[in-house]
Design a protein around this ligand. Sequence first.
Ligand SMILES: Cc1cc2nc3c(=O)[nH]c(=O)nc-3n(C[C@H](O)[C@H](O)[C@H](O)COP(=O)(O)OP(=O)(O)OC[C@H]3O[C@@H](n4cnc5c(N)ncnc54)[C@H](O)[C@@H]3O)c2cc1C
Length: 406
Amino acid sequence: MDFRLNHEQQLLREQVSEFCKRVIEPKWIEIDDKGEIDREVIERMADIGLFGMTISSEYGGQDGSFLEAAIAAEQLAYHGPALSIAVMYLLQCSWPYMLQRYGFEEAKQELLPKVAAGDAAVGIASTEAHGGSDVASIRVNAVKKDGRTWTISGEKSMVSLPTIIEKMPWGGGWFLIARTGDPALKHRSITDFLFLMKRGGVLTPGVRYKPWTEFARRGLDTSVVNFENAEVDDVYRIGEVNNGFKIAMEGFNLARTMIGAVCVGCAEWLMERAVEWVRTRKVFGKPISAYQGVSFKLAEFASSLEAAKLLSYKAAWTADRYYRDGAGSLGEVAKLGAMAKLRCASLAVDIGEEVMKIYGGASYYKETPIFRAWLAAFSYVVGAEGAENILRLIVAREVIGREFVE
Ligand SMILES: Cc1cc2nc3c(=O)[nH]c(=O)nc-3n(C[C@H](O)[C@H](O)[C@H](O)COP(=O)(O)OP(=O)(O)OC[C@H]3O[C@@H](n4cnc5c(N)ncnc54)[C@H](O)[C@@H]3O)c2cc1C
Protein backbone atom coordinates (compact mmCIF):
# COMPACT_ATOMS: atom_id res chain seq x y z
CA MET A 1 0.00 0.00 0.00
CA ASP A 2 1.31 3.44 -0.99
CA PHE A 3 -0.16 6.38 0.93
CA ARG A 4 1.34 9.01 -1.39
CA LEU A 5 -0.72 10.78 -4.03
CA ASN A 6 0.30 9.70 -7.53
CA HIS A 7 1.98 12.14 -9.91
CA GLU A 8 -1.27 13.44 -11.48
CA GLN A 9 -2.99 13.80 -8.11
CA GLN A 10 0.01 15.66 -6.68
CA LEU A 11 0.05 17.95 -9.72
CA LEU A 12 -3.68 18.66 -9.33
CA ARG A 13 -3.21 19.44 -5.63
CA GLU A 14 -0.40 21.88 -6.45
CA GLN A 15 -2.34 23.55 -9.27
CA VAL A 16 -5.45 24.04 -7.16
CA SER A 17 -3.37 25.24 -4.22
CA GLU A 18 -1.56 27.81 -6.42
CA PHE A 19 -4.87 28.95 -7.84
CA CYS A 20 -6.39 29.33 -4.38
CA LYS A 21 -3.41 31.34 -3.13
CA ARG A 22 -3.93 33.84 -5.95
CA VAL A 23 -7.72 33.94 -6.24
CA ILE A 24 -9.33 32.75 -3.01
CA GLU A 25 -6.98 33.61 -0.15
CA PRO A 26 -7.11 37.36 -0.80
CA LYS A 27 -10.91 37.31 -0.99
CA TRP A 28 -12.42 34.79 1.39
CA ILE A 29 -12.93 37.10 4.35
CA GLU A 30 -14.43 39.81 2.15
CA ILE A 31 -16.80 37.22 0.63
CA ASP A 32 -17.83 36.06 4.09
CA ASP A 33 -18.43 39.65 5.22
CA LYS A 34 -20.49 40.74 2.26
CA GLY A 35 -22.28 37.38 1.90
CA GLU A 36 -21.72 37.07 -1.80
CA ILE A 37 -19.29 35.08 -3.94
CA ASP A 38 -17.84 37.36 -6.63
CA ARG A 39 -18.68 36.47 -10.21
CA GLU A 40 -14.98 36.81 -11.04
CA VAL A 41 -14.08 34.03 -8.56
CA ILE A 42 -16.69 31.73 -10.14
CA GLU A 43 -15.40 32.48 -13.64
CA ARG A 44 -11.81 31.82 -12.66
CA MET A 45 -12.73 28.56 -10.97
CA ALA A 46 -14.54 27.51 -14.14
CA ASP A 47 -11.51 28.52 -16.25
CA ILE A 48 -9.34 25.93 -14.51
CA GLY A 49 -12.05 23.27 -14.79
CA LEU A 50 -13.15 23.11 -11.15
CA PHE A 51 -16.90 23.12 -11.83
CA GLY A 52 -16.66 20.25 -14.27
CA MET A 53 -14.47 18.01 -12.13
CA THR A 54 -16.74 14.96 -12.10
CA ILE A 55 -18.58 15.79 -15.33
CA SER A 56 -17.68 13.72 -18.38
CA SER A 57 -15.62 15.39 -21.14
CA GLU A 58 -18.54 14.55 -23.44
CA TYR A 59 -20.40 17.36 -21.64
CA GLY A 60 -17.47 19.75 -21.25
CA GLY A 61 -16.17 18.40 -17.94
CA GLN A 62 -12.84 17.06 -16.69
CA ASP A 63 -13.66 13.34 -16.38
CA GLY A 64 -12.14 13.57 -12.92
CA SER A 65 -12.46 10.93 -10.24
CA PHE A 66 -14.10 11.56 -6.87
CA LEU A 67 -10.68 11.22 -5.28
CA GLU A 68 -9.38 14.03 -7.49
CA ALA A 69 -12.49 16.06 -6.70
CA ALA A 70 -11.83 15.49 -2.98
CA ILE A 71 -8.19 16.60 -3.31
CA ALA A 72 -9.39 19.87 -4.88
CA ALA A 73 -12.18 20.25 -2.28
CA GLU A 74 -9.65 20.03 0.53
CA GLN A 75 -7.54 22.79 -1.04
CA LEU A 76 -10.51 25.08 -1.66
CA ALA A 77 -11.56 24.72 1.97
CA TYR A 78 -8.03 25.14 3.33
CA HIS A 79 -7.50 28.39 1.42
CA GLY A 80 -11.07 29.63 1.95
CA PRO A 81 -12.06 28.22 5.36
CA ALA A 82 -15.33 30.17 5.60
CA LEU A 83 -16.33 27.42 3.15
CA SER A 84 -18.89 29.08 0.89
CA ILE A 85 -16.67 28.59 -2.18
CA ALA A 86 -15.76 25.01 -1.26
CA VAL A 87 -19.42 24.15 -0.62
CA MET A 88 -20.56 25.63 -3.91
CA TYR A 89 -17.86 23.51 -5.56
CA LEU A 90 -18.83 20.30 -3.77
CA LEU A 91 -22.47 20.71 -4.78
CA GLN A 92 -21.36 20.89 -8.43
CA CYS A 93 -19.27 17.72 -7.98
CA SER A 94 -22.23 15.79 -6.57
CA TRP A 95 -25.70 16.70 -7.88
CA PRO A 96 -24.93 17.29 -11.60
CA TYR A 97 -23.25 13.88 -11.50
CA MET A 98 -26.64 12.35 -10.59
CA LEU A 99 -28.16 14.03 -13.67
CA GLN A 100 -25.28 12.68 -15.73
CA ARG A 101 -25.86 9.17 -14.41
CA TYR A 102 -29.65 8.98 -14.44
CA GLY A 103 -31.00 11.92 -16.50
CA PHE A 104 -32.25 12.15 -20.08
CA GLU A 105 -29.67 12.92 -22.76
CA GLU A 106 -31.37 16.17 -23.80
CA ALA A 107 -31.24 17.58 -20.25
CA LYS A 108 -27.62 16.49 -19.81
CA GLN A 109 -26.55 18.15 -23.04
CA GLU A 110 -28.36 21.32 -22.10
CA LEU A 111 -27.19 21.76 -18.52
CA LEU A 112 -23.89 19.99 -17.86
CA PRO A 113 -21.71 22.14 -20.18
CA LYS A 114 -23.20 25.24 -18.51
CA VAL A 115 -22.27 23.95 -15.06
CA ALA A 116 -18.74 23.13 -16.23
CA ALA A 117 -18.41 26.64 -17.71
CA GLY A 118 -19.56 28.30 -14.46
CA ASP A 119 -22.66 29.70 -16.17
CA ALA A 120 -25.12 27.56 -14.20
CA ALA A 121 -25.23 26.02 -10.72
CA VAL A 122 -27.08 23.06 -9.25
CA GLY A 123 -28.02 22.47 -5.61
CA ILE A 124 -30.32 20.11 -3.72
CA ALA A 125 -33.92 20.77 -2.67
CA SER A 126 -34.88 18.05 -0.22
CA THR A 127 -35.60 19.51 3.23
CA GLU A 128 -39.09 20.51 4.32
CA ALA A 129 -40.00 22.38 7.47
CA HIS A 130 -41.86 19.46 9.07
CA GLY A 131 -38.63 17.42 9.44
CA GLY A 132 -35.68 17.40 7.07
CA SER A 133 -34.31 14.02 8.18
CA ASP A 134 -37.47 12.17 7.20
CA VAL A 135 -37.02 12.46 3.43
CA ALA A 136 -39.56 9.66 2.81
CA SER A 137 -42.29 11.94 4.26
CA ILE A 138 -41.83 14.89 1.91
CA ARG A 139 -44.96 16.76 0.87
CA VAL A 140 -43.85 18.88 -2.08
CA ASN A 141 -45.65 17.17 -4.91
CA ALA A 142 -45.33 16.81 -8.64
CA VAL A 143 -48.46 16.13 -10.66
CA LYS A 144 -48.43 15.16 -14.33
CA LYS A 145 -50.44 17.84 -16.09
CA ASP A 146 -50.31 16.46 -19.60
CA GLY A 147 -48.11 14.05 -21.55
CA ARG A 148 -44.89 15.98 -20.87
CA THR A 149 -45.36 18.57 -18.14
CA TRP A 150 -45.33 18.19 -14.35
CA THR A 151 -46.50 20.90 -11.96
CA ILE A 152 -44.68 21.29 -8.66
CA SER A 153 -46.37 22.67 -5.54
CA GLY A 154 -45.31 23.11 -1.95
CA GLU A 155 -42.43 24.46 0.06
CA LYS A 156 -38.83 23.38 0.60
CA SER A 157 -36.81 24.78 3.46
CA MET A 158 -33.10 25.65 3.90
CA VAL A 159 -32.38 25.29 0.19
CA SER A 160 -28.94 26.61 -0.73
CA LEU A 161 -28.01 28.63 -3.82
CA PRO A 162 -31.13 30.52 -5.06
CA THR A 163 -29.44 33.92 -5.13
CA ILE A 164 -26.36 32.45 -6.81
CA ILE A 165 -28.55 30.71 -9.40
CA GLU A 166 -30.47 33.90 -10.08
CA LYS A 167 -27.22 35.75 -10.75
CA MET A 168 -25.75 33.06 -13.01
CA PRO A 169 -25.76 34.10 -16.68
CA TRP A 170 -27.60 30.97 -17.77
CA GLY A 171 -29.21 29.94 -14.49
CA GLY A 172 -29.57 26.53 -12.92
CA GLY A 173 -31.67 24.99 -10.20
CA TRP A 174 -31.92 22.01 -7.92
CA PHE A 175 -32.04 18.29 -7.80
CA LEU A 176 -35.63 18.36 -6.50
CA ILE A 177 -37.16 15.47 -4.58
CA ALA A 178 -40.96 15.41 -5.02
CA ARG A 179 -43.94 13.26 -4.09
CA THR A 180 -45.55 11.62 -7.13
CA GLY A 181 -47.97 9.16 -5.55
CA ASP A 182 -49.71 8.05 -2.39
CA PRO A 183 -47.83 9.51 0.63
CA ALA A 184 -48.54 6.25 2.50
CA LEU A 185 -46.11 4.57 0.10
CA LYS A 186 -43.37 6.77 1.63
CA HIS A 187 -40.06 6.28 -0.24
CA ARG A 188 -41.80 4.31 -3.01
CA SER A 189 -43.77 7.33 -4.30
CA ILE A 190 -40.96 9.83 -4.73
CA THR A 191 -39.53 11.09 -8.04
CA ASP A 192 -36.50 13.31 -8.70
CA PHE A 193 -36.36 16.22 -11.10
CA LEU A 194 -33.86 18.76 -12.21
CA PHE A 195 -35.89 21.85 -11.43
CA LEU A 196 -34.42 24.87 -13.22
CA MET A 197 -35.27 28.08 -11.40
CA LYS A 198 -33.59 29.99 -14.22
CA ARG A 199 -33.05 28.63 -17.71
CA GLY A 200 -31.27 30.43 -20.54
CA GLY A 201 -31.37 33.67 -18.54
CA VAL A 202 -35.15 33.47 -17.96
CA LEU A 203 -36.73 32.84 -14.55
CA THR A 204 -39.26 30.02 -14.30
CA PRO A 205 -42.73 31.23 -13.25
CA GLY A 206 -44.21 29.92 -10.00
CA VAL A 207 -41.05 29.96 -7.83
CA ARG A 208 -40.38 32.39 -4.99
CA TYR A 209 -37.64 32.29 -2.39
CA LYS A 210 -36.95 34.03 0.89
CA PRO A 211 -33.36 33.84 2.17
CA TRP A 212 -32.58 33.04 5.79
CA THR A 213 -29.79 34.94 7.48
CA GLU A 214 -26.88 32.57 8.06
CA PHE A 215 -24.38 33.39 10.78
CA ALA A 216 -21.51 31.71 8.89
CA ARG A 217 -20.59 30.15 5.53
CA ARG A 218 -21.99 33.33 4.07
CA GLY A 219 -22.24 33.78 0.32
CA LEU A 220 -24.35 30.67 -0.16
CA ASP A 221 -27.80 31.86 0.74
CA THR A 222 -30.07 29.23 2.23
CA SER A 223 -33.71 30.00 1.55
CA VAL A 224 -37.27 28.87 1.91
CA VAL A 225 -38.36 28.08 -1.65
CA ASN A 226 -42.01 28.10 -2.56
CA PHE A 227 -43.36 26.33 -5.65
CA GLU A 228 -46.80 27.30 -6.89
CA ASN A 229 -47.79 25.18 -9.87
CA ALA A 230 -44.26 25.63 -11.19
CA GLU A 231 -43.83 23.61 -14.35
CA VAL A 232 -41.09 21.18 -15.23
CA ASP A 233 -40.86 19.20 -18.45
CA ASP A 234 -40.57 15.42 -18.24
CA VAL A 235 -37.17 15.68 -19.94
CA TYR A 236 -35.82 16.96 -16.59
CA ARG A 237 -37.01 13.92 -14.67
CA ILE A 238 -34.08 12.03 -13.15
CA GLY A 239 -34.64 8.27 -13.08
CA GLU A 240 -37.89 6.35 -13.13
CA VAL A 241 -41.13 7.71 -11.71
CA ASN A 242 -41.45 6.71 -8.02
CA ASN A 243 -37.84 5.50 -7.88
CA GLY A 244 -36.38 8.84 -6.79
CA PHE A 245 -35.61 8.06 -3.16
CA LYS A 246 -32.76 5.66 -3.95
CA ILE A 247 -31.20 8.02 -6.48
CA ALA A 248 -31.42 10.95 -4.05
CA MET A 249 -29.64 8.85 -1.40
CA GLU A 250 -26.86 8.15 -3.90
CA GLY A 251 -26.48 11.89 -4.40
CA PHE A 252 -26.24 12.42 -0.64
CA ASN A 253 -23.57 9.72 -0.40
CA LEU A 254 -21.41 11.61 -2.88
CA ALA A 255 -22.06 15.02 -1.34
CA ARG A 256 -21.14 13.65 2.12
CA THR A 257 -17.93 12.20 0.73
CA MET A 258 -17.01 15.64 -0.62
CA ILE A 259 -18.01 17.28 2.68
CA GLY A 260 -15.51 15.02 4.44
CA ALA A 261 -12.75 16.47 2.25
CA VAL A 262 -13.98 20.04 2.73
CA CYS A 263 -13.99 19.63 6.51
CA VAL A 264 -10.48 18.14 6.43
CA GLY A 265 -9.26 21.25 4.56
CA CYS A 266 -11.00 23.49 7.09
CA ALA A 267 -9.53 21.53 10.02
CA GLU A 268 -6.03 21.69 8.50
CA TRP A 269 -6.29 25.47 8.28
CA LEU A 270 -7.43 25.66 11.91
CA MET A 271 -4.59 23.37 13.09
CA GLU A 272 -1.98 25.49 11.32
CA ARG A 273 -3.34 28.65 12.92
CA ALA A 274 -3.12 26.93 16.30
CA VAL A 275 0.46 25.75 15.78
CA GLU A 276 1.56 29.21 14.61
CA TRP A 277 -0.10 30.83 17.60
CA VAL A 278 1.19 28.52 20.34
CA ARG A 279 4.75 28.88 19.09
CA THR A 280 4.70 32.66 19.19
CA ARG A 281 2.31 33.55 22.01
CA LYS A 282 4.34 33.92 25.22
CA VAL A 283 2.67 33.89 28.61
CA PHE A 284 4.57 33.53 31.95
CA GLY A 285 7.81 33.94 29.99
CA LYS A 286 7.38 30.92 27.71
CA PRO A 287 5.57 30.12 24.45
CA ILE A 288 2.27 28.52 25.40
CA SER A 289 3.34 25.43 23.39
CA ALA A 290 5.63 24.64 26.34
CA TYR A 291 2.56 23.96 28.52
CA GLN A 292 1.39 20.41 28.05
CA GLY A 293 -2.20 21.43 28.72
CA VAL A 294 -1.94 23.17 25.35
CA SER A 295 0.44 20.97 23.33
CA PHE A 296 -1.17 17.63 24.27
CA LYS A 297 -4.53 18.81 22.98
CA LEU A 298 -2.96 19.75 19.68
CA ALA A 299 -1.18 16.38 19.57
CA GLU A 300 -4.56 14.65 20.01
CA PHE A 301 -6.13 16.75 17.27
CA ALA A 302 -3.21 16.18 14.90
CA SER A 303 -3.68 12.41 15.38
CA SER A 304 -7.43 12.61 14.75
CA LEU A 305 -6.87 14.82 11.71
CA GLU A 306 -4.50 12.30 10.17
CA ALA A 307 -7.14 9.57 10.65
CA ALA A 308 -9.94 11.81 9.29
CA LYS A 309 -7.91 12.63 6.19
CA LEU A 310 -7.33 8.95 5.42
CA LEU A 311 -11.04 8.25 5.96
CA SER A 312 -12.00 11.09 3.63
CA TYR A 313 -9.71 9.80 0.87
CA LYS A 314 -10.96 6.25 1.40
CA ALA A 315 -14.58 7.41 1.06
CA ALA A 316 -13.75 9.09 -2.26
CA TRP A 317 -11.76 6.07 -3.43
CA THR A 318 -14.73 3.81 -2.52
CA ALA A 319 -17.06 6.00 -4.60
CA ASP A 320 -14.63 5.78 -7.56
CA ARG A 321 -14.39 2.03 -7.17
CA TYR A 322 -18.18 1.75 -7.41
CA TYR A 323 -18.93 4.40 -10.06
CA ARG A 324 -15.84 4.07 -12.26
CA ASP A 325 -14.76 0.44 -11.84
CA GLY A 326 -18.15 -1.13 -11.10
CA ALA A 327 -16.67 -2.80 -7.99
CA GLY A 328 -17.68 -2.78 -4.31
CA SER A 329 -21.24 -1.90 -3.32
CA LEU A 330 -23.52 1.07 -2.89
CA GLY A 331 -23.76 0.13 0.80
CA GLU A 332 -20.01 0.67 1.15
CA VAL A 333 -20.24 4.04 -0.64
CA ALA A 334 -23.08 5.09 1.71
CA LYS A 335 -21.24 3.89 4.82
CA LEU A 336 -17.93 5.54 4.00
CA GLY A 337 -19.63 8.79 2.89
CA ALA A 338 -21.59 8.94 6.16
CA MET A 339 -18.48 8.11 8.22
CA ALA A 340 -16.45 10.78 6.42
CA LYS A 341 -19.02 13.49 7.05
CA LEU A 342 -19.61 12.38 10.65
CA ARG A 343 -15.93 12.28 11.62
CA CYS A 344 -14.46 15.12 9.57
CA ALA A 345 -17.17 17.71 10.31
CA SER A 346 -17.20 17.13 14.06
CA LEU A 347 -13.40 17.13 14.15
CA ALA A 348 -13.23 20.48 12.35
CA VAL A 349 -15.74 21.89 14.86
CA ASP A 350 -13.86 20.45 17.86
CA ILE A 351 -10.54 21.79 16.62
CA GLY A 352 -12.17 25.16 15.88
CA GLU A 353 -13.56 25.41 19.40
CA GLU A 354 -10.21 24.52 20.95
CA VAL A 355 -8.31 26.97 18.77
CA MET A 356 -10.75 29.69 19.86
CA LYS A 357 -9.75 28.92 23.46
CA ILE A 358 -6.05 28.70 22.69
CA TYR A 359 -6.19 32.15 21.11
CA GLY A 360 -7.66 33.45 24.35
CA GLY A 361 -9.79 36.58 24.34
CA ALA A 362 -8.37 37.64 20.97
CA SER A 363 -10.48 34.98 19.26
CA TYR A 364 -13.69 36.69 20.32
CA TYR A 365 -13.29 39.62 17.95
CA LYS A 366 -14.00 39.67 14.24
CA GLU A 367 -10.39 40.75 13.62
CA THR A 368 -9.33 37.14 14.31
CA PRO A 369 -10.86 34.95 11.58
CA ILE A 370 -10.90 31.61 13.48
CA PHE A 371 -14.62 31.85 14.22
CA ARG A 372 -15.44 31.90 10.50
CA ALA A 373 -13.98 28.43 9.92
CA TRP A 374 -15.33 27.00 13.17
CA LEU A 375 -18.90 28.12 12.51
CA ALA A 376 -18.72 27.17 8.82
CA ALA A 377 -17.88 23.57 9.75
CA PHE A 378 -20.68 23.71 12.34
CA SER A 379 -23.23 23.81 9.49
CA TYR A 380 -22.37 20.15 8.84
CA VAL A 381 -22.81 19.15 12.45
CA VAL A 382 -26.25 20.73 12.80
CA GLY A 383 -27.60 19.12 9.68
CA ALA A 384 -26.57 20.35 6.23
CA GLU A 385 -26.64 17.24 3.93
CA GLY A 386 -27.76 14.99 6.78
CA ALA A 387 -28.05 15.28 10.58
CA GLU A 388 -25.43 13.41 12.63
CA ASN A 389 -27.89 10.79 13.94
CA ILE A 390 -28.99 10.01 10.40
CA LEU A 391 -25.35 9.40 9.48
CA ARG A 392 -25.03 7.13 12.52
CA LEU A 393 -28.15 5.27 11.40
CA ILE A 394 -26.63 4.67 7.94
CA VAL A 395 -23.39 3.39 9.45
CA ALA A 396 -25.28 1.21 11.97
CA ARG A 397 -27.37 -0.36 9.19
CA GLU A 398 -24.23 -1.32 7.29
CA VAL A 399 -22.22 -2.47 10.28
CA ILE A 400 -24.90 -4.22 12.35
CA GLY A 401 -27.49 -5.01 9.65
CA ARG A 402 -30.65 -3.13 8.70
CA GLU A 403 -32.90 -5.82 10.21
CA PHE A 404 -31.24 -5.40 13.63
CA VAL A 405 -31.38 -1.60 13.88
CA GLU A 406 -34.90 -0.78 12.64
C1 LIG B 1 -26.29 25.64 6.39
C2 LIG B 1 -27.31 24.66 5.94
C3 LIG B 1 -27.50 24.46 4.58
C4 LIG B 1 -28.48 23.57 4.13
N1 LIG B 1 -28.68 23.42 2.79
C5 LIG B 1 -29.66 22.60 2.35
C6 LIG B 1 -29.93 22.48 0.96
O1 LIG B 1 -29.27 23.07 0.12
N2 LIG B 1 -30.95 21.68 0.57
C7 LIG B 1 -31.71 20.99 1.46
O2 LIG B 1 -32.62 20.27 1.04
N3 LIG B 1 -31.49 21.09 2.80
C8 LIG B 1 -30.48 21.87 3.26
N4 LIG B 1 -30.25 21.99 4.62
C9 LIG B 1 -31.11 21.29 5.54
C10 LIG B 1 -30.52 19.99 6.08
O3 LIG B 1 -30.51 19.01 5.08
C11 LIG B 1 -31.35 19.59 7.31
O4 LIG B 1 -31.02 20.50 8.34
C12 LIG B 1 -31.11 18.16 7.75
O5 LIG B 1 -31.56 17.23 6.81
C13 LIG B 1 -31.81 17.88 9.09
O6 LIG B 1 -33.16 18.23 9.02
P1 LIG B 1 -33.78 19.20 10.12
O7 LIG B 1 -32.90 20.38 10.26
O8 LIG B 1 -35.20 19.44 9.73
O9 LIG B 1 -33.68 18.40 11.48
P2 LIG B 1 -34.68 17.24 12.03
O10 LIG B 1 -34.92 16.23 10.96
O11 LIG B 1 -35.84 17.96 12.61
O12 LIG B 1 -33.80 16.62 13.14
C14 LIG B 1 -33.62 17.29 14.41
C15 LIG B 1 -32.75 16.44 15.30
O13 LIG B 1 -33.34 15.17 15.52
C16 LIG B 1 -32.42 14.14 15.22
N5 LIG B 1 -33.14 13.02 14.58
C17 LIG B 1 -34.02 13.08 13.54
N6 LIG B 1 -34.43 11.85 13.21
C18 LIG B 1 -33.81 10.99 14.03
C19 LIG B 1 -33.82 9.58 14.17
N7 LIG B 1 -34.55 8.78 13.39
N8 LIG B 1 -33.03 9.03 15.13
C20 LIG B 1 -32.29 9.80 15.95
N9 LIG B 1 -32.23 11.14 15.86
C21 LIG B 1 -32.98 11.73 14.91
C22 LIG B 1 -31.42 14.74 14.25
O14 LIG B 1 -30.14 14.11 14.34
C23 LIG B 1 -31.36 16.19 14.72
O15 LIG B 1 -30.41 16.33 15.74
C24 LIG B 1 -29.26 22.86 5.08
C25 LIG B 1 -29.04 23.03 6.45
C26 LIG B 1 -28.08 23.91 6.87
C27 LIG B 1 -27.87 24.10 8.35
